[in-house]
Design a protein. Structure first.
Length: 178
């Protein structure tokens, strides 16, 4: 038989009185989830920045092609590398620019790209060097280009000095040591 008046231990719906947990999450649970998501985002951020920098470097590399082709031709014809930009018909280094590069210097066949203009602040002013690698006694073998800290191909001799100042962690895989 149903009771008409609830007792002190029951509420009006027939449930026992006391603290009842409603549907949904408590503020503490929501804050814990937000904190975990924030920690995961902070862990992913350095990786994201590294990827952006690598992509900027890869985007800048094709500018070096305007110097590579005449340098390749010089080696094939004379087994010597051009001394500077003028020797291969390029303008002054500060005139060979792009969105991400503020200058291209040719120095004894070596190409130095200086990052600037719209490049990320972490690489702005930094240099990436592309050095020619050749087979000394076989000029018919095409010039291979060694990017940054990359290792020299077997049986080839690299020419020039590496002036790369971009930290290895920002370089694309083909420009890293090992």
């Amino acid at each position: 038989m149903p009771r008409a008046v609830p007792t002190a231990a029951e509420d009006f719906r027939g449930r026992s009185a006391g603290i009842e947990r409603g549907r949904g999450f408590t503020l503490l649970e929501l804050m814990a989830v937000v904190a975990i998501v924030a920690i995961l985002a902070l862990m992913a951020l350095p990786s994201f920045v590294d990827t952006i920098l690598r992509n900027q470097i890869l985007e800048a590399l094709p500018l070096a092609d305007i110097a590579r082709k005449p340098i390749d031709a010089s080696w094939t014809a004379t087994q010597a590398f051009p001394a500077d930009n003028a020797a291969i018909g390029l303008p002054q280094p500060d005139k060979v620019v792009s969105n991400l590069v503020s200058g291209v210097v040719v120095e004894d066949g070596v190409i130095h790209l200086t990052f600037g203009n719209r490049a990320n602040a972490l690489i702005k002013g930094k240099v990436l060097t592309l050095r020619p690698a050749v087979v000394e006694d076989a000029p018919v073998v095409p010039v291979a280009w060694v990017c940054g800290y990359a290792t020299v191909p077997d049986k080839m001799t690299v020419r020039g000095r590496n002036r790369t100042t971009v930290p290895q962690r920002y370089l694309p895989w083909k420009c890293r040591a090992g």
